[in-house]
Design a protein around this ligand. Structure first.
Ligand code: AMP
Ligand code: MG
Length: 425
């Protein structure tokens, strides 16, 4: 494709058909228009959970700070141990975690030592206590208790060396990273500011929870799934409620959302028919393309800019909302958040437990249940009815079964791509 400057140019280029946009094409095109946040703030380590590191983190210390014991046992000099016989050594003291032995271990001597305690000077090896027997005045080490010098000894700096880069900017901070930062003695870190995401539901038929339904009405559930998915991604959320299908009200809602957030997400109103007036009013406010993605569920999708905000117009059907969020919005938000690990949901292979019928032409994201077979391998089957309004299928599922565009019917026993839902967002 020639280098297009605007979204409209790019999405109308010869190899992009807005009426059958491939999933990959849409993903790639969206990505070209995303630039990560730059503003940062300094937060305490605990508050850093779920945030994204804004600068490389260099360790101010060695971790661990000293050579120490990996076991409860005896600190000895390897050279003292007879290769094929028990060795008796004199006990000259103890080294506890946080309370080191002050002296030096000389020839024929040993120090009782506990896990994490500093290796005493002179000793180079730890014998685990199960291979030693206390005797009056000392300890008897079993023959062959250690194979080589340095055994059961952890070395200073073996986890992290002073001056080494521990994490790069863009690292998402999970419990492991937060603990790691604490292990360096670092109390505060620079993180990118939170991504602000405004969202609202569109539709005359939508009724907020807490109010009874009239004929033909449905409760607005999309705002709750979207809120949940955004919260799991660590976004700051601006919930703008339900907006009826009234052009003036929609236009005002789009403008307010874009003025107050980095990203605007809506659900509903992008299907054929409804899209026409949404399209017209968005043309006045920004640059938005409407795609029929070659996927199921989640066919209509709008993407673009309104003012300075990125815009995702998701379909109205509750399952489509979740599928398009996982397949497009999640990755985009991760890029905007400055995350190094931004990318599509990882896929792996599992064996299909029962056949699936599918027509070629669209990528399908069926809701699946992964389970471990008797042989220890993973098998997957669908949750059953795959209607895009059946939100309960998302709760029953623990994965998506991804069936590529060209794929037709799939037989039991074949390997299929799956994406785990657990821990995703
Ligand atoms: P639309 O894309 O606006 O034509 O909506 C498609 C279907 O999704 C319709 O059956 C809507 O009633 C339903 N729908 C739209 N928005 C929501 C929502 N916020 N919560 C639950 N269902 C919705
Ligand atoms: Mg609608």
């Amino acid at each position: 494709m020639t280098q297009a400057k605007t979204l409209t140019e790019a999405s109308c280029a010869d190899d992009y058909d807005p009426n059958s946009m491939p999933v990959e094409g849409a993903r790639a095109l969206i990505r070209r228009f995303l630039a990560p946040l730059t503003a940062t703030e300094r937060v305490g380590v605990r508050e850093a959970l779920g945030r994204v590191l804004a600068a490389d983190l260099v360790s101010p210390i060695d971790v661990p700070g000293h050579d120490n014991s990996a076991m409860d046992g005896w600190a000895v000099r390897f050279a003292d141990l007879a290769p094929a016989a028990a060795t008796k050594l004199a006990r000259v003291g103890e080294s506890f975690a946080g309370k080191p032995f002050a002296g030096t271990v000389g020839a024929g001597q040993a120090v009782r030592i506990f896990t994490g305690a500093v290796m005493p000077a002179g000793a180079d090896t730890v014998v685990m206590q199960e291979r030693a027997r206390e005797v009056p005045g000392g300890v008897e080490i079993a023959a062959g208790a250690v194979g080589k010098a340095g055994q059961n000894r952890r070395f200073a700096g073996e986890d992290v060396r002073r001056g080494n880069t521990v994490f790069r900017a863009g690292q998402a901070l999970r419990p492991a990273e937060v603990g790691m930062i604490a292990s360096l003695g670092v109390a505060e870190v620079d993180v990118f500011r939170r991504l602000r995401v405004a969202f609202f539901s569109t539709g005359d038929e939508l009724v907020p929870i807490g109010r009874p339904l009239g004929a033909g009405q449905v409760h607005d559930s999309n705002r709750y799934t979207i809120h949940g998915m955004l919260a799991r991604l660590g976004c700051e959320v601006v919930d703008m409620g339900v907006v009826p299908d009234v052009p003036e009200l929609l236009e005002r809602a789009f403008a307010t959302a874009a003025a107050n957030a980095d990203v605007v997400i809506t659900s509903g109103g992008v299907s054929v028919g409804e899209a026409d007036y949404v399209k017209q009013l968005l043309d006045r406010l920004g640059e938005v393309v409407f795609w029929k993605i070659a996927m199921k569920p989640g066919r209509p999708l709008a993407y673009g800019r309104i003012g300075n905000a990125h815009f995702f117009g998701l379909p109205g059907n509750p399952v489509s909302v979740m599928v398009t969020f996982y397949q497009f919005v999640r990755e985009a938000l991760m890029v905007l958040q400055g995350r190094r690990d931004a990318g599509p949901v990882p896929t792996f292979k599992a064996k299909l437990a029962a056949p699936i019928r599918k027509a070629p032409g669209r990528t399908e994201f069926q809701r699946g249940i992964l389970a471990q077979a008797d042989d220890g391998g993973w098998t997957v089957r669908t949750t059953g009815d795959q209607g895009s309004g059946i939100l309960s299928s998302m709760s029953q599922a623990n994965c998506f079964i991804v069936l590529p565009t060209a794929t037709g019917d799939v037989a039991a026993g074949e390997l299929v791509d799956v994406q785990l839902l657990e821990g995703l967002i």
